[in-house]
Design a protein around this ligand. Structure first.
Ligand SMILES: Cc1cc2nc3c(=O)[nH]c(=O)nc-3n(C[C@H](O)[C@H](O)[C@H](O)COP(=O)(O)OP(=O)(O)OC[C@H]3O[C@@H](n4cnc5c(N)ncnc54)[C@H](O)[C@@H]3O)c2cc1C
Length: 506
Protein backbone atom coordinates (compact mmCIF):
# COMPACT_ATOMS: atom_id res chain seq x y z
CA UNK A 1 0.00 0.00 0.00
CA UNK A 2 1.29 3.49 -0.88
CA UNK A 3 2.46 5.74 1.97
CA UNK A 4 1.46 9.39 2.26
CA UNK A 5 4.16 12.04 2.43
CA UNK A 6 4.55 13.44 5.93
CA UNK A 7 7.54 15.49 7.00
CA UNK A 8 8.43 15.18 10.66
CA UNK A 9 10.32 17.87 12.55
CA UNK A 10 11.86 17.23 15.94
CA UNK A 11 12.98 20.04 18.27
CA UNK A 12 11.13 22.56 16.11
CA UNK A 13 10.33 25.69 18.05
CA UNK A 14 6.79 26.69 17.16
CA UNK A 15 5.18 30.02 17.85
CA UNK A 16 1.84 31.43 16.78
CA UNK A 17 1.50 34.45 14.54
CA UNK A 18 1.60 37.00 17.34
CA UNK A 19 4.15 35.23 19.49
CA UNK A 20 1.73 34.91 22.40
CA UNK A 21 2.31 31.13 22.47
CA UNK A 22 5.59 29.35 21.92
CA UNK A 23 6.69 25.76 22.55
CA UNK A 24 8.75 22.87 21.19
CA UNK A 25 6.42 19.96 20.49
CA UNK A 26 7.82 16.46 20.42
CA UNK A 27 6.92 16.28 16.71
CA UNK A 28 5.92 19.05 14.32
CA UNK A 29 4.50 17.42 11.19
CA UNK A 30 3.65 18.74 7.76
CA UNK A 31 1.08 16.61 5.94
CA UNK A 32 0.96 16.72 2.14
CA UNK A 33 -1.43 15.77 -0.63
CA UNK A 34 1.28 13.52 -2.03
CA UNK A 35 2.24 9.85 -1.98
CA UNK A 36 5.78 8.64 -1.50
CA UNK A 37 5.29 6.35 -4.52
CA UNK A 38 3.19 7.25 -7.57
CA UNK A 39 -0.43 6.16 -6.93
CA UNK A 40 -1.72 3.12 -8.83
CA UNK A 41 -4.99 4.79 -9.78
CA UNK A 42 -6.21 8.19 -10.77
CA UNK A 43 -7.63 9.01 -7.39
CA UNK A 44 -8.10 12.57 -6.11
CA UNK A 45 -5.00 14.10 -4.54
CA UNK A 46 -6.73 14.78 -1.23
CA UNK A 47 -6.73 11.05 -0.49
CA UNK A 48 -3.00 11.23 0.27
CA UNK A 49 -3.62 14.02 2.78
CA UNK A 50 -6.41 12.07 4.42
CA UNK A 51 -4.14 9.02 4.64
CA UNK A 52 -1.47 11.23 6.22
CA UNK A 53 -3.85 12.46 8.92
CA UNK A 54 -4.96 8.90 9.66
CA UNK A 55 -1.35 7.72 9.88
CA UNK A 56 -0.52 10.46 12.36
CA UNK A 57 -3.50 9.66 14.56
CA UNK A 58 -2.41 6.01 14.55
CA UNK A 59 1.09 7.11 15.57
CA UNK A 60 -0.31 9.24 18.41
CA UNK A 61 -2.37 6.30 19.64
CA UNK A 62 0.50 3.84 19.42
CA UNK A 63 2.81 6.14 21.39
CA UNK A 64 0.12 7.47 23.73
CA UNK A 65 0.76 11.05 22.61
CA UNK A 66 -1.61 13.95 22.22
CA UNK A 67 -2.18 15.31 18.73
CA UNK A 68 -3.64 18.60 17.53
CA UNK A 69 -4.45 20.10 14.16
CA UNK A 70 -2.83 23.43 13.38
CA UNK A 71 -4.27 25.85 10.83
CA UNK A 72 -2.89 29.31 10.10
CA UNK A 73 -1.54 29.71 13.68
CA UNK A 74 -3.55 32.92 13.98
CA UNK A 75 -5.11 32.02 17.33
CA UNK A 76 -3.71 34.05 20.19
CA UNK A 77 -4.87 31.49 22.75
CA UNK A 78 -3.25 28.07 23.32
CA UNK A 79 -6.09 26.38 21.40
CA UNK A 80 -3.81 24.95 18.70
CA UNK A 81 -0.88 23.99 20.92
CA UNK A 82 0.25 20.68 22.36
CA UNK A 83 3.62 19.47 23.62
CA UNK A 84 3.26 16.18 21.73
CA UNK A 85 2.28 16.13 18.02
CA UNK A 86 1.32 19.30 16.17
CA UNK A 87 0.03 18.77 12.64
CA UNK A 88 0.50 21.57 10.15
CA UNK A 89 -2.51 21.18 7.87
CA UNK A 90 -1.85 24.14 5.58
CA UNK A 91 -0.59 22.00 2.66
CA UNK A 92 -3.99 20.26 2.58
CA UNK A 93 -5.70 22.93 0.52
CA UNK A 94 -7.75 21.07 -2.08
CA UNK A 95 -11.01 22.84 -3.03
CA UNK A 96 -13.83 21.56 -5.23
CA UNK A 97 -17.03 23.36 -6.16
CA UNK A 98 -20.21 21.58 -7.28
CA UNK A 99 -21.70 18.22 -6.29
CA UNK A 100 -23.23 15.53 -8.50
CA UNK A 101 -26.79 14.44 -7.70
CA UNK A 102 -25.57 10.93 -6.82
CA UNK A 103 -23.49 12.45 -4.01
CA UNK A 104 -26.52 14.18 -2.50
CA UNK A 105 -29.20 13.08 -0.10
CA UNK A 106 -32.68 13.31 -1.61
CA UNK A 107 -33.63 15.69 1.21
CA UNK A 108 -31.04 18.28 0.18
CA UNK A 109 -32.85 21.36 -1.10
CA UNK A 110 -29.95 23.73 -1.76
CA UNK A 111 -27.96 24.45 -4.89
CA UNK A 112 -25.62 21.51 -5.74
CA UNK A 113 -23.50 23.78 -7.93
CA UNK A 114 -22.71 25.97 -4.92
CA UNK A 115 -21.62 23.16 -2.61
CA UNK A 116 -17.95 23.54 -1.81
CA UNK A 117 -15.76 20.73 -0.46
CA UNK A 118 -12.74 22.39 1.12
CA UNK A 119 -9.88 20.51 2.66
CA UNK A 120 -8.96 21.71 6.16
CA UNK A 121 -5.87 23.71 5.17
CA UNK A 122 -7.52 25.79 2.44
CA UNK A 123 -7.03 29.36 3.61
CA UNK A 124 -9.73 31.98 3.61
CA UNK A 125 -7.67 33.81 0.98
CA UNK A 126 -7.45 30.71 -1.23
CA UNK A 127 -11.18 30.13 -0.87
CA UNK A 128 -12.01 33.70 -1.81
CA UNK A 129 -9.74 33.52 -4.83
CA UNK A 130 -11.04 30.13 -5.96
CA UNK A 131 -14.72 30.94 -5.46
CA UNK A 132 -14.69 34.49 -6.80
CA UNK A 133 -13.03 33.34 -10.01
CA UNK A 134 -16.05 31.03 -10.47
CA UNK A 135 -18.80 33.51 -9.66
CA UNK A 136 -19.23 32.54 -6.00
CA UNK A 137 -17.92 33.74 -2.66
CA UNK A 138 -17.88 32.98 1.05
CA UNK A 139 -21.08 34.07 2.81
CA UNK A 140 -18.91 35.74 5.49
CA UNK A 141 -15.43 35.64 7.01
CA UNK A 142 -13.31 37.46 9.56
CA UNK A 143 -11.83 40.88 8.82
CA UNK A 144 -8.80 39.42 7.07
CA UNK A 145 -7.90 36.22 5.32
CA UNK A 146 -4.97 34.26 6.79
CA UNK A 147 -6.92 31.57 8.65
CA UNK A 148 -7.50 28.09 7.26
CA UNK A 149 -11.11 27.05 6.89
CA UNK A 150 -10.80 24.37 9.60
CA UNK A 151 -8.97 26.69 11.98
CA UNK A 152 -11.43 29.53 11.44
CA UNK A 153 -14.50 27.38 11.94
CA UNK A 154 -13.00 25.57 14.95
CA UNK A 155 -12.90 28.71 17.10
CA UNK A 156 -16.00 30.39 15.66
CA UNK A 157 -14.40 33.08 13.50
CA UNK A 158 -16.82 35.80 12.49
CA UNK A 159 -17.10 39.16 10.78
CA UNK A 160 -20.06 41.47 11.19
CA UNK A 161 -22.60 39.81 8.92
CA UNK A 162 -25.56 40.34 11.21
CA UNK A 163 -27.99 38.41 8.99
CA UNK A 164 -25.71 35.41 8.51
CA UNK A 165 -23.67 34.63 11.58
CA UNK A 166 -20.15 33.33 11.94
CA UNK A 167 -18.16 31.07 9.61
CA UNK A 168 -19.30 27.83 11.28
CA UNK A 169 -22.90 28.83 10.67
CA UNK A 170 -22.74 28.04 6.95
CA UNK A 171 -20.89 24.75 7.31
CA UNK A 172 -23.03 21.75 6.36
CA UNK A 173 -20.71 18.79 6.80
CA UNK A 174 -17.50 17.84 8.64
CA UNK A 175 -15.07 15.11 7.67
CA UNK A 176 -13.29 14.09 10.88
CA UNK A 177 -10.43 11.66 11.48
CA UNK A 178 -10.81 10.15 14.93
CA UNK A 179 -9.23 7.41 17.01
CA UNK A 180 -8.92 3.86 15.75
CA UNK A 181 -8.03 5.09 12.26
CA UNK A 182 -11.72 5.77 11.67
CA UNK A 183 -13.08 8.75 9.80
CA UNK A 184 -16.60 10.09 10.03
CA UNK A 185 -18.74 12.36 7.91
CA UNK A 186 -20.81 14.39 10.38
CA UNK A 187 -23.82 16.47 9.43
CA UNK A 188 -27.11 17.53 10.99
CA UNK A 189 -29.95 15.00 10.99
CA UNK A 190 -32.24 17.99 10.47
CA UNK A 191 -30.25 19.11 7.41
CA UNK A 192 -28.98 16.09 5.48
CA UNK A 193 -26.74 16.90 2.54
CA UNK A 194 -24.62 14.02 1.27
CA UNK A 195 -25.66 10.53 0.23
CA UNK A 196 -24.49 7.17 1.58
CA UNK A 197 -22.87 6.68 -1.84
CA UNK A 198 -20.71 9.77 -1.26
CA UNK A 199 -19.61 8.52 2.17
CA UNK A 200 -18.93 5.09 0.73
CA UNK A 201 -16.78 6.63 -2.00
CA UNK A 202 -14.63 8.56 0.49
CA UNK A 203 -14.58 5.62 2.92
CA UNK A 204 -16.22 7.48 5.81
CA UNK A 205 -19.05 6.43 8.08
CA UNK A 206 -22.01 8.80 7.95
CA UNK A 207 -23.17 10.23 11.28
CA UNK A 208 -26.27 12.40 11.24
CA UNK A 209 -26.76 14.01 14.62
CA UNK A 210 -27.63 17.65 15.35
CA UNK A 211 -26.13 17.71 18.84
CA UNK A 212 -22.88 16.14 17.65
CA UNK A 213 -22.58 18.42 14.64
CA UNK A 214 -23.26 21.57 16.67
CA UNK A 215 -20.63 20.59 19.22
CA UNK A 216 -17.95 19.38 16.81
CA UNK A 217 -18.09 22.34 14.42
CA UNK A 218 -16.64 24.69 17.04
CA UNK A 219 -14.49 22.01 18.61
CA UNK A 220 -11.05 23.72 18.68
CA UNK A 221 -9.21 20.57 17.67
CA UNK A 222 -10.77 18.42 20.39
CA UNK A 223 -13.06 16.24 18.26
CA UNK A 224 -10.29 14.79 16.10
CA UNK A 225 -8.42 16.02 13.05
CA UNK A 226 -10.78 17.79 10.68
CA UNK A 227 -9.94 16.66 7.16
CA UNK A 228 -12.49 18.74 5.26
CA UNK A 229 -15.64 20.81 5.50
CA UNK A 230 -18.59 21.17 3.19
CA UNK A 231 -20.43 24.45 2.85
CA UNK A 232 -22.73 26.22 0.46
CA UNK A 233 -21.01 29.12 -1.26
CA UNK A 234 -22.97 32.22 -2.18
CA UNK A 235 -23.29 33.72 -5.66
CA UNK A 236 -20.78 36.55 -5.92
CA UNK A 237 -21.93 39.92 -4.61
CA UNK A 238 -20.42 43.27 -3.82
CA UNK A 239 -20.05 45.06 -0.52
CA UNK A 240 -20.19 48.83 -0.62
CA UNK A 241 -18.15 50.18 2.26
CA UNK A 242 -18.34 53.52 4.07
CA UNK A 243 -16.77 54.84 7.22
CA UNK A 244 -18.00 57.85 9.19
CA UNK A 245 -16.98 59.37 12.48
CA UNK A 246 -19.46 60.65 15.06
CA UNK A 247 -20.03 61.23 18.77
CA UNK A 248 -20.18 58.18 21.01
CA UNK A 249 -23.46 59.23 22.63
CA UNK A 250 -25.13 59.17 19.21
CA UNK A 251 -24.03 55.58 18.62
CA UNK A 252 -24.58 54.37 22.17
CA UNK A 253 -28.31 53.51 21.97
CA UNK A 254 -27.83 51.85 18.59
CA UNK A 255 -25.26 49.44 20.05
CA UNK A 256 -28.07 47.57 21.82
CA UNK A 257 -30.77 47.74 19.15
CA UNK A 258 -29.13 48.01 15.72
CA UNK A 259 -31.81 50.54 14.90
CA UNK A 260 -29.50 52.65 12.74
CA UNK A 261 -31.99 55.23 11.49
CA UNK A 262 -30.72 58.03 13.76
CA UNK A 263 -27.13 57.64 12.56
CA UNK A 264 -27.73 59.21 9.17
CA UNK A 265 -26.00 56.44 7.22
CA UNK A 266 -26.16 56.62 3.45
CA UNK A 267 -28.83 53.86 3.34
CA UNK A 268 -31.10 55.58 5.89
CA UNK A 269 -32.92 53.15 8.19
CA UNK A 270 -31.70 50.03 6.36
CA UNK A 271 -29.44 47.91 8.58
CA UNK A 272 -26.26 47.39 6.56
CA UNK A 273 -25.08 43.83 5.83
CA UNK A 274 -21.97 44.64 7.89
CA UNK A 275 -22.13 47.13 10.78
CA UNK A 276 -19.14 47.79 12.97
CA UNK A 277 -18.13 50.47 15.49
CA UNK A 278 -14.69 51.31 16.83
CA UNK A 279 -14.67 53.48 19.97
CA UNK A 280 -11.85 55.60 21.32
CA UNK A 281 -12.48 55.11 25.06
CA UNK A 282 -10.79 58.43 25.89
CA UNK A 283 -12.95 60.49 23.51
CA UNK A 284 -16.51 59.70 24.53
CA UNK A 285 -17.74 63.22 25.40
CA UNK A 286 -20.01 65.19 23.13
CA UNK A 287 -18.11 66.90 20.33
CA UNK A 288 -15.13 64.53 20.50
CA UNK A 289 -16.34 62.28 17.70
CA UNK A 290 -14.90 59.19 19.37
CA UNK A 291 -16.94 56.59 17.45
CA UNK A 292 -15.96 55.30 14.02
CA UNK A 293 -18.81 53.56 12.22
CA UNK A 294 -17.84 51.28 9.35
CA UNK A 295 -20.70 49.80 7.37
CA UNK A 296 -21.21 47.85 4.18
CA UNK A 297 -24.31 47.31 2.08
CA UNK A 298 -24.73 44.17 0.04
CA UNK A 299 -25.18 44.91 -3.66
CA UNK A 300 -25.61 42.74 -6.77
CA UNK A 301 -22.33 41.89 -8.41
CA UNK A 302 -21.15 44.10 -11.26
CA UNK A 303 -17.66 44.70 -12.59
CA UNK A 304 -15.86 47.26 -10.44
CA UNK A 305 -12.44 48.78 -10.74
CA UNK A 306 -10.88 46.72 -7.95
CA UNK A 307 -9.37 43.26 -8.06
CA UNK A 308 -11.37 40.32 -6.73
CA UNK A 309 -10.10 37.74 -4.28
CA UNK A 310 -7.79 39.38 -1.78
CA UNK A 311 -6.27 42.79 -1.49
CA UNK A 312 -3.37 44.46 0.19
CA UNK A 313 -5.41 47.59 0.75
CA UNK A 314 -5.24 47.70 4.49
CA UNK A 315 -6.42 51.22 5.32
CA UNK A 316 -8.60 50.51 8.29
CA UNK A 317 -9.21 46.94 7.18
CA UNK A 318 -8.07 45.30 10.33
CA UNK A 319 -8.11 47.13 13.62
CA UNK A 320 -5.39 44.91 15.06
CA UNK A 321 -2.97 46.36 12.53
CA UNK A 322 -3.17 49.70 14.26
CA UNK A 323 -1.55 48.53 17.44
CA UNK A 324 1.46 46.66 16.16
CA UNK A 325 3.82 49.54 16.80
CA UNK A 326 2.42 50.61 20.14
CA UNK A 327 4.28 48.33 22.55
CA UNK A 328 6.36 51.11 24.09
CA UNK A 329 3.48 53.38 25.09
CA UNK A 330 3.37 54.54 28.70
CA UNK A 331 -0.11 54.64 30.29
CA UNK A 332 -0.19 58.46 30.38
CA UNK A 333 0.51 58.65 26.65
CA UNK A 334 -2.21 56.22 25.59
CA UNK A 335 -5.13 58.67 25.59
CA UNK A 336 -3.00 61.19 23.69
CA UNK A 337 -1.61 58.81 21.08
CA UNK A 338 -4.71 56.81 20.32
CA UNK A 339 -6.62 59.72 18.81
CA UNK A 340 -4.19 60.57 15.96
CA UNK A 341 -3.63 56.89 15.18
CA UNK A 342 -7.32 56.05 15.00
CA UNK A 343 -8.23 59.15 13.05
CA UNK A 344 -5.42 58.58 10.54
CA UNK A 345 -6.16 54.88 10.05
CA UNK A 346 -9.94 55.15 10.13
CA UNK A 347 -10.32 58.08 7.81
CA UNK A 348 -13.59 58.68 5.98
CA UNK A 349 -14.60 56.23 3.24
CA UNK A 350 -17.64 56.62 1.05
CA UNK A 351 -19.22 53.79 -0.90
CA UNK A 352 -16.09 51.87 -1.95
CA UNK A 353 -17.38 48.73 -3.66
CA UNK A 354 -15.55 45.42 -3.80
CA UNK A 355 -16.18 41.72 -3.52
CA UNK A 356 -16.02 40.16 -0.02
CA UNK A 357 -12.58 38.78 -0.95
CA UNK A 358 -11.45 42.34 -1.55
CA UNK A 359 -13.06 43.92 1.51
CA UNK A 360 -11.78 41.18 3.83
CA UNK A 361 -8.33 40.84 2.33
CA UNK A 362 -4.76 40.57 3.54
CA UNK A 363 -3.61 42.23 6.73
CA UNK A 364 -0.46 44.26 7.21
CA UNK A 365 0.09 43.26 10.80
CA UNK A 366 3.27 44.41 12.47
CA UNK A 367 4.81 43.82 15.87
CA UNK A 368 3.50 41.96 18.90
CA UNK A 369 -0.23 42.18 19.29
CA UNK A 370 -2.66 40.84 21.84
CA UNK A 371 -6.40 40.77 21.58
CA UNK A 372 -9.32 39.49 23.54
CA UNK A 373 -12.87 39.37 22.31
CA UNK A 374 -16.04 38.90 24.27
CA UNK A 375 -19.54 37.97 23.15
CA UNK A 376 -22.65 39.42 24.76
CA UNK A 377 -26.35 39.51 23.96
CA UNK A 378 -27.33 42.42 21.72
CA UNK A 379 -29.28 44.14 24.52
CA UNK A 380 -26.26 44.03 26.86
CA UNK A 381 -23.88 45.63 24.37
CA UNK A 382 -24.14 49.27 25.55
CA UNK A 383 -23.53 48.32 29.21
CA UNK A 384 -20.63 46.06 28.24
CA UNK A 385 -18.97 48.78 26.15
CA UNK A 386 -19.49 51.32 28.96
CA UNK A 387 -17.84 48.93 31.43
CA UNK A 388 -14.82 48.59 29.13
CA UNK A 389 -14.58 52.36 28.69
CA UNK A 390 -14.56 52.78 32.47
CA UNK A 391 -11.80 50.19 32.89
CA UNK A 392 -9.75 51.97 30.21
CA UNK A 393 -10.11 55.34 31.90
CA UNK A 394 -9.10 53.90 35.29
CA UNK A 395 -6.27 51.82 33.82
CA UNK A 396 -5.25 53.15 30.39
CA UNK A 397 -3.72 50.62 28.03
CA UNK A 398 -3.24 50.58 24.27
CA UNK A 399 -6.50 48.75 23.42
CA UNK A 400 -9.89 50.01 22.33
CA UNK A 401 -13.27 48.36 21.70
CA UNK A 402 -14.14 47.23 18.17
CA UNK A 403 -17.78 46.16 18.11
CA UNK A 404 -19.40 43.81 15.59
CA UNK A 405 -22.66 41.86 15.30
CA UNK A 406 -23.58 38.38 14.15
CA UNK A 407 -26.69 36.27 14.18
CA UNK A 408 -26.65 33.94 17.20
CA UNK A 409 -24.85 30.69 16.42
CA UNK A 410 -26.27 27.18 16.87
CA UNK A 411 -22.80 25.81 17.55
CA UNK A 412 -22.85 24.58 21.15
CA UNK A 413 -19.80 26.45 22.39
CA UNK A 414 -19.78 29.29 19.88
CA UNK A 415 -18.87 32.43 21.74
CA UNK A 416 -21.55 34.07 19.58
CA UNK A 417 -24.36 31.77 20.81
CA UNK A 418 -26.51 34.66 22.06
CA UNK A 419 -29.84 34.52 20.30
CA UNK A 420 -31.17 36.13 18.19
CA UNK A 421 -28.16 38.44 17.82
CA UNK A 422 -24.74 38.41 19.41
CA UNK A 423 -22.54 41.46 19.82
CA UNK A 424 -18.80 40.86 19.79
CA UNK A 425 -16.46 43.34 21.41
CA UNK A 426 -12.82 42.93 20.49
CA UNK A 427 -10.00 44.72 22.31
CA UNK A 428 -7.06 44.75 19.91
CA UNK A 429 -4.03 45.93 21.87
CA UNK A 430 -0.27 46.11 21.78
CA UNK A 431 1.27 43.01 23.36
CA UNK A 432 2.48 43.76 26.91
CA UNK A 433 1.97 42.60 30.51
CA UNK A 434 -0.14 45.72 31.05
CA UNK A 435 -2.47 44.62 28.27
CA UNK A 436 -2.93 41.23 29.90
CA UNK A 437 -3.67 42.93 33.22
CA UNK A 438 -6.23 45.15 31.43
CA UNK A 439 -7.94 42.10 29.92
CA UNK A 440 -8.29 40.54 33.36
CA UNK A 441 -9.74 43.79 34.69
CA UNK A 442 -12.26 43.87 31.86
CA UNK A 443 -13.38 40.27 32.44
CA UNK A 444 -13.67 40.94 36.19
CA UNK A 445 -15.59 44.17 35.66
CA UNK A 446 -18.12 42.54 33.35
CA UNK A 447 -18.62 39.73 35.82
CA UNK A 448 -18.96 42.17 38.73
CA UNK A 449 -21.66 44.03 36.81
CA UNK A 450 -23.52 40.79 36.12
CA UNK A 451 -23.13 41.06 32.35
CA UNK A 452 -23.15 37.56 30.88
CA UNK A 453 -20.28 37.21 28.43
CA UNK A 454 -18.27 34.60 26.56
CA UNK A 455 -14.67 34.73 25.30
CA UNK A 456 -13.46 34.06 21.74
CA UNK A 457 -11.57 30.74 21.82
CA UNK A 458 -8.98 31.98 19.36
CA UNK A 459 -8.10 35.20 21.18
CA UNK A 460 -6.46 35.90 24.52
CA UNK A 461 -8.79 34.38 27.07
CA UNK A 462 -8.94 33.26 30.69
CA UNK A 463 -8.61 29.50 30.91
CA UNK A 464 -11.19 29.04 33.63
CA UNK A 465 -14.11 26.60 33.63
CA UNK A 466 -16.17 28.78 36.00
CA UNK A 467 -15.90 31.80 33.71
CA UNK A 468 -16.58 29.67 30.64
CA UNK A 469 -19.69 28.29 32.32
CA UNK A 470 -20.73 31.82 33.27
CA UNK A 471 -20.98 32.61 29.56
CA UNK A 472 -22.10 29.26 28.17
CA UNK A 473 -24.15 27.70 30.99
CA UNK A 474 -25.50 24.21 30.27
CA UNK A 475 -23.92 24.26 26.81
CA UNK A 476 -20.62 23.19 28.38
CA UNK A 477 -22.07 19.87 29.52
CA UNK A 478 -23.83 19.38 26.14
CA UNK A 479 -20.50 19.86 24.39
CA UNK A 480 -18.73 17.41 26.68
CA UNK A 481 -21.51 14.85 26.21
CA UNK A 482 -21.29 15.14 22.42
CA UNK A 483 -17.51 14.74 22.53
CA UNK A 484 -17.86 11.58 24.61
CA UNK A 485 -20.40 10.24 22.13
CA UNK A 486 -17.92 10.53 19.25
CA UNK A 487 -14.61 9.64 20.86
CA UNK A 488 -13.61 6.64 22.91
CA UNK A 489 -11.37 7.03 25.95
CA UNK A 490 -8.30 6.97 23.70
CA UNK A 491 -9.72 9.65 21.41
CA UNK A 492 -10.61 11.89 24.33
CA UNK A 493 -7.07 11.58 25.61
CA UNK A 494 -5.13 12.08 22.38
CA UNK A 495 -7.30 14.98 21.20
CA UNK A 496 -6.97 16.68 24.58
CA UNK A 497 -4.40 19.32 25.51
CA UNK A 498 -3.11 21.24 28.52
CA UNK A 499 -5.18 24.19 27.34
CA UNK A 500 -8.35 22.09 27.15
CA UNK A 501 -7.71 20.76 30.64
CA UNK A 502 -7.05 24.26 31.98
CA UNK A 503 -10.36 25.35 30.48
CA UNK A 504 -12.02 22.49 32.37
CA UNK A 505 -13.05 20.80 29.12
CA UNK A 506 -10.51 18.00 28.96
C1 LIG B 1 -4.71 39.28 12.28
C2 LIG B 1 -5.84 38.51 12.88
C3 LIG B 1 -7.13 38.88 12.57
C4 LIG B 1 -8.20 38.17 13.11
N1 LIG B 1 -9.44 38.57 12.80
C5 LIG B 1 -10.49 37.88 13.30
C6 LIG B 1 -11.82 38.25 12.97
O1 LIG B 1 -12.06 39.19 12.22
N2 LIG B 1 -12.83 37.53 13.51
C7 LIG B 1 -12.60 36.47 14.35
O2 LIG B 1 -13.57 35.86 14.80
N3 LIG B 1 -11.36 36.09 14.67
C8 LIG B 1 -10.31 36.77 14.17
N4 LIG B 1 -9.05 36.36 14.48
C9 LIG B 1 -8.88 35.11 15.24
C10 LIG B 1 -8.77 33.92 14.26
O3 LIG B 1 -9.73 34.00 13.25
C11 LIG B 1 -9.01 32.60 14.99
O4 LIG B 1 -8.11 32.47 16.01
C12 LIG B 1 -8.91 31.39 14.05
O5 LIG B 1 -9.25 30.24 14.77
C13 LIG B 1 -7.52 31.21 13.47
O6 LIG B 1 -7.56 30.26 12.44
P1 LIG B 1 -6.25 29.47 12.03
O7 LIG B 1 -6.48 28.81 10.73
O8 LIG B 1 -5.08 30.33 12.15
O9 LIG B 1 -6.25 28.30 13.12
P2 LIG B 1 -5.25 28.01 14.31
O10 LIG B 1 -5.10 29.23 15.12
O11 LIG B 1 -4.05 27.36 13.79
O12 LIG B 1 -6.13 26.94 15.11
C14 LIG B 1 -7.36 27.31 15.67
C15 LIG B 1 -8.03 26.07 16.26
O13 LIG B 1 -8.42 25.21 15.21
C16 LIG B 1 -7.89 23.92 15.42
N5 LIG B 1 -7.58 23.35 14.11
C17 LIG B 1 -7.00 23.95 13.06
N6 LIG B 1 -6.97 23.10 12.01
C18 LIG B 1 -7.52 21.94 12.42
C19 LIG B 1 -7.78 20.69 11.81
N7 LIG B 1 -7.48 20.45 10.54
N8 LIG B 1 -8.37 19.73 12.55
C20 LIG B 1 -8.70 19.94 13.83
N9 LIG B 1 -8.49 21.11 14.46
C21 LIG B 1 -7.91 22.09 13.76
C22 LIG B 1 -6.65 24.13 16.27
O14 LIG B 1 -6.32 22.97 17.01
C23 LIG B 1 -7.11 25.26 17.17
O15 LIG B 1 -7.84 24.74 18.24
C24 LIG B 1 -7.95 37.06 13.97
C25 LIG B 1 -6.64 36.68 14.28
C26 LIG B 1 -5.60 37.41 13.74
C27 LIG B 1 -4.21 37.00 14.07
Amino acid sequence: MASPLITLGENTVWENKHRTVSLTPRLFCDVWNMWLEPPASNEPIWRAGLAGLRALVAKAEAQNLRIRGLGGAWSLSRAAATHDIMVNTKPLNYIELGFRDSSLDIGFSGNPDALCFAQCGASVMELYQYLEARGYTLPTSGASNGQTIAGAVSTGTHGSANAIGSMQDYVLGLHMVIDGGRHRWIERASKPVVSQAFCHAIGAELLRDDALFDAAVVGFGSFGLMHAVLFEAEPLFLLEKSLVRMDYDRVHPVLGTLDVEALGLSGGAELPFHFEVVVNPYRVSRGQRGAYVRYMYKRPHRPVAVPTGGSTWVQGDDVMTLLGTATGWTPELVPVLLEPILSAQLGPVQGVAGTPGFQFGATDLRGDVMSTEIGVALADAPQAVDAIIEVANRFPWSGFPAIRYVKGSDATLAFTHFSPMACTIELPSAGSPRTLEAFHRVWDELRARGIRFTMHWGQNMREDRALIEYGHGARVEEWLRARRSLLGATGQRIFGSDWLTACGLG
